[in-house]
Design a protein around this ligand. Structure first.
Ligand code: ATP
Length: 255
């Protein structure tokens, strides 16, 4: 479903070249939900931008739904993104002048879906995320956790191949964080949508069946990490992801 082959990326600043991603390889199967874990500066945002087709890697291939998006031009990428990729952002990114229901419907407006059809679908998703009763309110009238539920509903409305969630619980307290993770896991289970959750929080990653971990731009084995709360090994066990990285990681925490 999502496959990265030998992906490397460098930024150029004048004469200086900074290589921030080194030979990244992994695969996510359809319907899987994985965490992409890494500390600040490890390269998570860069990798996310590459996977979402917002930037092109210096080297390598990125396949989504069997299509190598690295080869696409801007226009084709824009169409591809609309059809295949959903986003959930840390700061929700809802439009303040639209109601909750209108926010969720919006991606379908761009696909020329009829108003009655998109309204029905938006309401179904709002029910599924537990905020059907808030449909006619505006984002400012909702709590952070409720706004993130709206954002989750919006990301699902186009039935994308994969949803990239960028620090989706970064602005939320622990209890709300648990609720949001639970909702995403339930939707992953019921709708079989593929999720990639980008996070620097081990507590979030520990809840996923699979974790891939970035350190200084290298993919490293996540199985040695310690969950701070329990003081125990993470639940993932040895990574079953193919494309085993060359770097191995000592037990340690990500701050
Ligand atoms: N446009 C750019 N030009 C030059 N260097 C960049 C650029 N964007 C990112 N970098 C560098 O690439 C490295 C990885 O950054 P990136 O933002 O991908 O990390 P991150 O893991 O997402 O960090 P954070 O969690 O703080 O957002 C860093 O050293 C950063 O300084």
């Amino acid at each position: 479903m999502l496959r990265l082959e030998n992906v490397s990326h460098s930024f150029k600043n004048g004469n200086e070249v900074l290589k921030v991603l080194h030979n990244i390889q992994f695969e996510v199967q359809k319907g899987e939900m994985i965490a992409l874990l890494g500390s600040s500066g490890s390269g998570k945002s860069t990798l996310l931008n590459l996977m979402a087709g917002l930037m092109k890697p210096t080297e390598g291939h990125i396949y989504i739904a069997d299509q190598d998006i690295v080869k696409y031009g801007e226009n084709k990428l824009a169409v591809f993104r609309r059809k295949h990729i959903g986003f959930i952002f840390q700061a929700y990114e809802l439009i303040p002048t639209l109601t909750i229901r209108e926010n969720v419907e919006l991606p379908l407006v761009f696909q020329s879906v009829s108003p009655s059809k998109r309204r029905k679908k938006a309401m179904e998703l709002l029910e599924m995320t537990g905020i059907g009763d808030k449909a006619s309110l505006y984002p400012s009238q909702l709590s952070g956790g409720q706004q993130q539920r709206v954002s989750i509903a919006r990301s699902l409305i186009t039935e994308p191949s994969v949803i990239f969630a960028d620090e989706p619980t970064g602005n939320l307290d622990t209890k709300t964080e648990e609720e949001i993770i639970r909702i995403m896991m339930a939707l992953n289970e019921s709708m079989k949508t593929t999720f990639v959750i980008v996070t620097h929080e081990m507590e979030v990653a520990a809840q996923m069946k699979k974790t891939i971990m970035l350190r200084d731009g290298y993919l490293v084995q996540p199985e040695d990490y310690i969950t701070p709360a329990a003081g125990q090994r993470g639940p993932n066990g040895p990574s079953s992801l193919p494309g085993v990285p060359v770097h191995t990681e000592e037990a340690g925490e990500v701050s």
